[in-house]
Design a protein around this ligand. Sequence first.
Ligand code: SF4
Ligand code: ZN
Ligand code: ZN
Length: 307
Amino acid sequence: MSCKKCIESPVIKLTNSPVSLCKSCFIKYFEKKVKKTISDYKLIDKNDHIVIAVSGGKDSTSLLYLIKKIVGERKDIKITALAIDEGIHNYRDESLEFLKGFCKKLKVNLKIVSYKEEFGKSLDEILKTYKGIPCSICGVLRRYLLNKKAKELKATKLATGHNLDDEAQSIMMNYCRNNMAISARLGPLTGIKKDERFIPRIKPLYFLTEKEVTSYAFLKGLMDNFKECPNSQQAYRNNIREMINDLELKIPGTKHSIVNSFLEILPLLKEEYSKDSKLIKSCLKCMEPCSQEICKTCIYIETVIKS
Ligand code: SF4
Ligand SMILES: [Zn+2]
Ligand SMILES: [Zn+2]
C-alpha cells in the first residue's frame, strides 16, 4: 500500500479517515490544516503581537515552529514565546533548556516567568505543604501568569497549543459538569466578547488530533523526546480522555464529531453567556479579572503559598 497522494510508503493513517500518507504528504496536510484554521477563524490580524505560550512539549513546540514559519517573515507581526517556570525539578529545568536553544534557532524572543519570582515559592516548595491535587493549584497560577504577562508584553493574541483531543475533552468535561458557561469560552478563538482584561486566545492546532501533532513534531525533528510532568494528576480529565479514546476506537470519528457539533452551537452559547460576561469583576487585590471579589490566585497566595 502506498501513500494516498504519491507512491511513497505511508507513515501515518489519518484519524478521521481511511487515508494513509507518507512523511512529506503528511507534513503538507498538517501545515495546510493549520493555515486553514488561521484563515477560516481569522486568528491572526495585521499588526498582531502574538505571544505563544510554550512549555517545551510537542504541542506548543510545533505551534511555535509553525507560527514562525507562517507569519515570521511579516514585518507587521511580532512573535514572542512565553514560558512559565513552575519550578519542577528534573522536569521544567530540562524543558526550559530545550526551549532556550529552540527559540535561539528560530530567532524568537523567549520570556521566562517563574512562580518563585512572581509568588515567592516554586511549585516544588508549594507542594511540600499543599496536599490537594497539584494540577488544581498549578493550573490556576499558570493561567493567571499567562494572561497577566501577555498583557504586560502588550500582546494582541495569546496562542496556545491546544489540539482536537484537548478540546473534545474540555467540551465533554463541561457537559458532564453542566458548565456550559465555561464552554462558551472555548473554540479556536476564545472569549465571549472583547474585554481588554483578557488577551484573546487562539488555537491554531484546533483541528489536529494529538496523534497528528505528536507525529508532526517527531517527523519534522522538532524534538526527539519529551517527558510528562511528574505531578500530572488530572483525574477527571483522564477519565474523560479514556472514555473518548475508547469511543473513538469503537466509533471512528467521535472526536471530530464532538468538536464539530459543539462548534455548531458555539455562536448560540456565546450569545447567551455574553450577558453574564459583564459580571466579570476585577480582583480587589491584584486587579486581574475574576468572577468573585478576590481571584483564585490571590486566595491561593494567602491560604497556601504564604502559609
Ligand atoms: S501537569 Fe499539572 S502540575 Fe504539571 S505543569 Fe501541568 S498543571 Fe502544573
Ligand atoms: Zn505521499
Ligand atoms: Zn487577585
